[in-house]
Design a protein around this ligand. Structure first.
Ligand code: PEP
Ligand code: MN
Length: 327
C-alpha cells in the first residue's frame, strides 16, 4: 500500500506516518516525488487496515499496490528515476555509454582502451576485475590489482568506472573503488549479494539473468531497494533461447515492458547478447530506438588478443562508428 501525502505535507507529518506504520508492525519507506511524497508500506502479507493512517494530518489518500514488487513499481513512483553519478545522469533522457574491456588485463591495455572510449564520448569505463567465467580454467580477472587500475582510469581520464562484484563479501571491496557496482547475470538471484548491495551507497547495475523473466528481474531489484539502496539501474543483456547464431537473444521488448512497469532506468548490453562484434552496432541502434537509457558495451584495442570476450568486443574504429551512429 502507498500512503499519498498532501502536496504541502511537512517532513514531520511524513515522519509521523512512518512511525505509525512501524507501530502497525510494517515498514514505511518515504518516496519523494516531484509534487508530493508517498510512503510505501512493506512487510505486510495481507491487506493493511488504513483507517488510522487516513486520519493523520498531511495524509491525502491510500492506494493499493497491485504488483508484488513495490518500490520498483511505477505505481509507487510515476516519474522516471534519474540516477546521478558525478556529472552523469542515467535515465535523464540522453543515453549514457559505458564502455571498456570485458576484463582488466594489465595497465597498458586498460589505459589504452580508456583513452579510446573517452575520446569517442563514453561517460563510464567498464572493466571486470573479478570475472565470473564459465570455465574454471579461463582467466578469472586481476582481482584487487584490477580495481586499482580502474581507480587509475578515473584519475587519469575523469571517466566514472563500473565493475562487477561477484559475491557479498567481494562487494565490500569493490565499493571502495567503483562508482557503479555491477551485479552479473549469474548473480541476479543471489539474494545475499542483493541484500548487501542494498546497503551500499553506490548505484547498482543489475543484469537480467539469462533465464529470468522481467518480473523476476524486478523482484531482484526490489531486494536491493528494500534493503535501502534506491539507485538501481536495470540491464537487459540477452536471454537464452533456441537461437544459436548469437550468444544470447537480445530481448528488445524488455525495455518498453520494463518502462511500463517500473520507474528505474534500463540500459542494454548488446555485447553479451550478440557474442559477435558485427552485431553490436545494429543491436545498439535497436536498443536506443526502443528507449534504452544507455549501453554497456565491450571495447578492446586488440580484440584478437583479448583475454576475455574478444569475439564480441568492438575495436577502436568500430566503437567510433557506434558513437557516431547513436549520438
Ligand atoms: C560482463 O559484463 O562482463 C558479464 C560477465 O556479463 P553477464 O553477467 O551479463 O554475463
Ligand atoms: Mn564479457
Amino acid at each position: 500500500m502507498l500512503v499519498i501525502m498532501k502536496n504541502d505535507a511537512t517532513e514531520s507529518q511524513v515522519e509521523a506516518v512512518v512511525r505509525e506504520i512501524k507501530r502497525m508492525g510494517y515498514r514505511g519507506i518515504p518516496i519523494p516525488g516531484a509534487l508530493r511524497t508517498a510512503v510505501c508500506i512493506t512487510g505486510n502479507e495481507g491487506p493493511v487496515d488504513d483507517s488510522r493512517l487516513l486520519s493523520m494530518s498531511g495524509v491525502k489518500e491510500t492506494v493499493r499496490v497491485t504488483k508484488p514488487y513495490k518500490l520498483v513499481s511505477k505505481e509507487t513512483r510515476a516519474q522516471p528515476t534519474v540516477i546521478v553519478v558525478g556529472q552523469v545522469a542515467i535515465g535523464g533522457g540522453k543515453p549514457v555509454v559505458m564502455a571498456g574491456p570485458c576484463a582488466i588485463e594489465n595497465e597498458t591495455q586498460t589505459l589504452t582502451i580508456a583513452r579510446i572510449v573517452k575520446e569517442h564520448g563514453a561517460q563510464v569505463f567498464r572493466g571486470g576485475a573479478f570475472k565470473p567465467r564459465t570455465s574454471p580454467y579461463s582467466f578469472q580477472g586481476l582481482g584487487e590489482e584490477g580495481l586499482r587500475l580502474l581507480k587509475k582510469v578515473r584519475e587519469e581520464t575523469g571517466l566514472l568506472v563500473i565493475t562487477e562484484a561477484i559475491d557479498h563479501t567481494n562487494l565490500e571491496l569493490v565499493e571502495e573503488y567503483a562508482d557503479i557496482i555491477q551485479i552479473g547475470a549469474r548473480n541476479m538471484q543471489n539474494y545475499s549479494i542483493l541484500r548487501r548491495a542494498g546497503r551500499s551507497t553506490r548505484p547498482i547495475l543489475l543484469k537480467r539473468g539469462f533465464a529470468a523473466t522481467i518480473e523476476e528481474l524486478l523482484m531482484s531489484a526490489e531486494y536491493v531497494m528494500a534493503a535501502g539502496n534506491t539507485d538501481v539501474i536495470l540491464c537487459e543483456r540477452g536471454i537464452r533461447t533456441f537461437a544459436d547464431v548469437t550468444r544470447n537473444t537480445l530481448d528488445l521488448s524488455a525495455i518498453p515492458s520494463i518502462k511500463e512497469l517500473s520507474h528505474l532506468p534500463v540500459v542494454v548490453d548488446p555485447s553479451h547478447a550478440a557474442g559477435r562484434s558485427e552485431y553490436v552496432i545494429p543491436l545498439s541502434r535497436g536498443a536506443i530506438a526502443v528507449g534504452a537509457d544507455g549501453l554497456l558495451v565491450e571495447v578492446h584495442h586488440d580484440p584478437a588478443h583479448a583475454l576475455s570476450d574478444g569475439r564480441q568486443s568492438l575495436d577502436a574504429e568500430q566503437f567510433a562508428s557506434l558513437m557516431r551512429q547513436i549520438t
